[in-house]
Write a protein that binds this ligand. Structure first.
Ligand code: HEM
Length: 410
């Protein structure tokens, strides 16, 4: 077995709470990847795994789970119960498919998967294009604008809202709810962030519960109405699961997509040759989008619980421990990608892991890629001289790493 030097996470600069790390985590992630295959982080009580081959294999390993609640209670797992005022919030997250394992995961995913297949998404393209073109033209009229708030975040919010059937007048409330709710996914969230997340979760839940009941009484042909009718039949979906599913789709459809699109444009502005190549040949877009999602991974880390003892290159990790799979590090692994630190717009094959792998592989991947393809194409066509106005700042978040704003000029 190859010997790896013992490393100090602080010394190598792996510090998810530091603004400098969040702004550019890649040098520290490269040092992490060069160290032992699994490194314990005392600050989060997690084992960090960063090499591509391992992350890829562990995502498919059934000895690991996104949750342990299907095999043990918190007490049996040695974890404290959530505080009483957070209990219903955690339950709302717990019943979502992303935190379920088979058979419940299979049941919940099957109920919505038809709405997200590549074929269904293909049928949505004309409507997505109509929305995207309108948004690009509105933004162009502003001259100087925030590419995120004035354009990139509006498209995924509009598309997923339309799919679910969220009335247009209510949509402006959705992104703040998602933004606040997902604060608890950050590492060691503060008491203040937890409180904000719980408050947002309870408003979001109440809103969707009312809307779902309304849709059950008067279905409107959208996904929420369809799910409300399934829930009414009573055997395949409970009302809580319906609300949890709608929240998951809205949260997932907002946070990762918006960050992914904005990080991609920022990467292009920093690589003028790549941007020029894309402007000259829009047909590069399908491979370019996957490459941009590899190059600056919008959701850089996902966690897994160890359900049965495992061995990672000689390190035994017992049941009950938690792994932190470093997608962003895996996506820059030179053993998986030639010129791993370069943006290669026509990279093919591209075994990037930004949408995960295994049973929880991102349900929204075809939709996200279609949205990117359409809106990037319209931006390239209709805003051919788009340029950065000032260096952006990053939100103080690592798990959902994204820019606070991206000021541009048309
Ligand atoms: C660029 C945009 C996106 C990225 C990078 C992304 C990334 C991911 C990743 C990595 C996972 C798996 C997490 C894990 O294994 O622990 C996931 C799951 C999921 N994503 Fe996405 N996502 C994106 C967009 C979307 C969109 C637009 C939707 C919905 C409309 C969506 C819905 C979901 C759902 C429902 C799951 C859970 C699937 C399951 O548990 O079976 N995602 N996403």
């Amino acid at each position: 077995m190859r010997e790896y030097p013992a490393i100090s996470l602080r010394e190598i600069g792996y510090d998810p709470w530091s603004p400098a790390f969040v702004a550019d985590p890649y040098p520290a992630l490269a040092r992490l990847r060069a160290g032992p295959a699994a490194i314990y982080d005392e600050r989060t009580e997690q084992w960090l795994v960063s090499r591509h081959a391992l992350v890829n294999a562990l995502l498919r390993d059934r000895r690991l789970g996104r949750s342990y609640h299907h095999v043990a209670t918190d007490a049996e797992w040695g974890r404290p119960d959530p505080p009483a005022d957070e209990a219903s919030f955690w339950r709302l997250l717990d019943i979502q498919m992303i935190d379920q394992e088979p058979p419940d995961h299979t049941r919940l995913r099957r109920l919505v998967s038809a709405a997200f297949t590549p074929r269904t998404v293909e049928r949505l393209r004309p409507r997505i294009d109509e929305i995207a073109t309108g948004l690009v033209d509105d933004a162009r009229a502003l001259g100087e604008f925030d590419l995120i708030a004035d354009l990139l975040e509006l498209l995924p919010v509009a598309v997923i809202s339309e799919l679910l059937g969220i009335p247009e007048a209510d949509r402006a409330r959705l992104r703040p709810w998602s933004g606040d709710m997902t604060l608890v996914f950050e590492l060691n969230p503060s008491a203040e962030d937890r409180a904000r997340a719980v408050a947002a979760g309870s408003e979001f839940e109440a809103y969707l519960r009312d809307l779902a009941r309304e849709r059950r009484r008067r279905p409107t042909g959208d996904l929420l109405s369809e799910l409300a009718l399934v829930a009414e039949a009573g055997d395949r979906l409970t009302e809580d699961e319906l609300v949890g599913t709608a929240i998951l789709l809205l949260n997932a459809g907002h946070e990762a997509s918006v960050n992914g699109a904005a990080n991609s444009w920022y990467a292009l502005f920093r690589e003028p040759a790549a941007l020029a190549a894309l402007r000259a040949d829009h047909d590069l877009l399908p491979t370019a989008i996957e490459e941009l999602l590899r190059f600056d991974t919008p959701a850089p880390m996902f966690e897994r619980w160890v359900l049965q003892d495992i061995d990672i290159e000689g390190t035994r990790i017992p049941r009950g421990q938690e792994l932190a799979l470093q997608f962003a590090a895996a996506n820059r692994d030179p053993n998986a990608f030639a010129r791993a630190d370069e943006l290669v717009l026509d990279r093919d094959p591209n075994p990037y892991l930004s949408f995960g792998a295994g049973i929880h592989y991102c349900l929204g991947a075809p939709l996200a890629k279609a949205e990117f393809d359409i809106v990037f194409r319209r931006i390239l066509e209709r805003l051919p001289r788009l340029e950065l106005v000032e260096e952006p700042t990053w939100k103080p978040r690592f798990i959902l790493r994204g820019l606070a704003a991206l000021l541009v000029r048309a």
